[in-house]
Design a binder for this molecule. Structure first.
Ligand SMILES: *[C@@H]1O[C@H](CO)[C@@H](O)[C@H](O)[C@H]1NC(C)=O
Length: 428
């Protein structure tokens, strides 16, 4: 009977573990207060500025406010600190939204999760981080979601290709890292990739290697087919490839003395059969392909805690953005969440990103419709102006002719005047 309380204790311990913890959340819904939570790096002097903005179009003017990159072709480096934690024994969920409303050419939309010993004022591209996650676009060639883990001091990129969104709307990016060394990547609350950390990154050397001691036996016959030893070349096989044209005739006006001895041109021999080769038969001594035996790799050590980071304490935006054409707005980051509860993250995604995205789309479509109308009207006006200009030109031509006549008359008058003035001019 003592087992019951013990069981209850175990259950309640498990439920405590399963309790969800929000390590950090940032929604930029308190005006300028975010500036006290975010630290700009001073590693370089010319970082681009982040501004608080919902952008050109949005679903909710307040809720959709986020950090926007506001200058082109710049590096950006800002970070925010929270209470240091370890993801040991728990899922780790990183989630945020990215909107490239400027139709980005080249630039990052990812976050970096740092250990708490990061010096935020000196954060830069080479600062050691734990995880880098999020979309990265550069030209038509690079449109991927980075999932980079620092493992024992080295950064490892995922072996799989995860495509990111490249339109101008807000998208929700979620990374889940589980304590059983599995992971999941979601975009817009839908799973786009998942698997095992060990399989999809090269954290560990391979488990098995080819046995360096093993060698293919000298007498191993791995020829599946061989030439038939009994096949013989037929006696009448060999024929010349080219023969003198049997239909050619010496021209009547051929002069042997002048032109040399006449020879018919060569043509392809229809009886020519090419090089003879014996036919192929199954090799009776074939042993199959030799397979190099594998052994356990002595370099390999299993690690059941690949997923684990002892210290997570800062989230950073450390990126650069390019745009050839100068525009005045950029990528917007919003709805940051770091938690141990994938379900909570999904719910938060539903309550934030999913709630405003339809309105965002409608607003953009309305703007595009208005722009289209304005363009059409401008074009129409331009066409009318052009037509008027042509009409005026024709009128102008008539006027010009008249003016020319008048000018001629004036010149004649001037000449007369000049005649009276000239002696004075000479004296001067
Ligand atoms: C989020 O929304 C989707 C679609 O409406 C729904 O299927 C899912 O259960 C929701 N998730 C949570 C955790 O509420």
């Amino acid at each position: 009977m003592t087992s019951l309380p013990l069981l209850l204790l175990a259950v309640s311990a498990a439920s405590v573990l399963a309790e969800s913890t929000v390590y950090w959340r940032e929604q930029f819904d308190d005006g300028d207060a975010w500036t006290s939570r975010w630290v700009e790096s001073k590693h370089k002097t010319d970082y681009g500025k982040f501004v608080l903005s919902a952008g050109k179009f949005y679903g909710d003017t307040e809720k959709d406010k986020g950090l926007q990159t506001s200058q082109d072709a710049r590096f950006f480096a800002m970070s925010s600190r929270f209470d240091d934690f370890s993801n040991k024994g728990q899922p780790l969920v990183i989630q945020f939204t990215v909107k490239h409303e400027q139709n980005i050419d080249c630039g990052g939309g990812y976050i970096k999760l740092f250990p708490s010993d990061l010096n935020q004022e000196d954060m830069h591209g080479d600062s050691t981080y734990n995880i880098m996650f999020g979309p990265d676009i550069c030209g038509p060639g690079t449109k991927k979601v980075h999932v980079i883990f620092n493992y024992k001091g080295k950064n490892h990129l995922i072996n799989k290709d995860i495509r990111c969104k490249d339109d101008e709307y807000t998208h929700l990016y979620t990374l889940i890292v589980n304590p059983d060394n599995t992971y999941e990547v979601k975009i817009d609350n839908k799973k786009v990739e998942s698997g095992s950390l060990e399989d999809d990154w090269d954290f560990l050397p391979p488990k098995k290697i080819k046995d360096p001691e093993a060698k293919k036996p000298e007498d191993w016959d791995d020829r599946e087919k061989i030439p038939d030893p009994d096949d013989k070349k037929p006696e009448d096989w060999d024929k010349p490839e080219n023969i003198p044209d049997p239909d050619a005739k010496k021209p009547d006006d051929w002069d042997d003395e002048m032109d040399g001895e006449w020879e018919p041109p060569m043509v392809t021999n229809p009886d020519y059969r090419g090089e003879w080769k014996p036919k192929e038969i199954d090799n009776p001594a074939y042993k199959g392909k030799w397979i190099h035996p594998e052994i356990d790799n002595p370099e390999y050590t299993a690690d059941s805690e690949i997923y684990k980071y002892d210290s997570i304490g800062v989230i950073g935006l450390d990126l650069w953005q390019m745009k050839i054409v100068i525009i005045n707005s950029g990528t917007i980051f919003d709805n940051f969440l770091i938690t141990n509860d994938p379900n909570l993250a999904e719910e938060v995604g539903n309550e934030s990103w999913d709630k405003t995205r339809d309105a965002e789309k409608k607003m953009k479509e309305k703007q595009e419709e208005e722009e289209r109308k304005n363009r059409e009207e401008e074009d129409k006006k331009k066409r009318e102006d052009a037509k008027e200009a042509v009409d005026e030109e024709e009128e102008d031509e008539d006027e010009e002719e008249e003016e020319e006549r008048e000018e001629d008359e004036e010149e004649e008058e001037e000449d007369e005047e000049e005649g009276t003035e000239s002696p004075l001019k000479d004296e001067l």
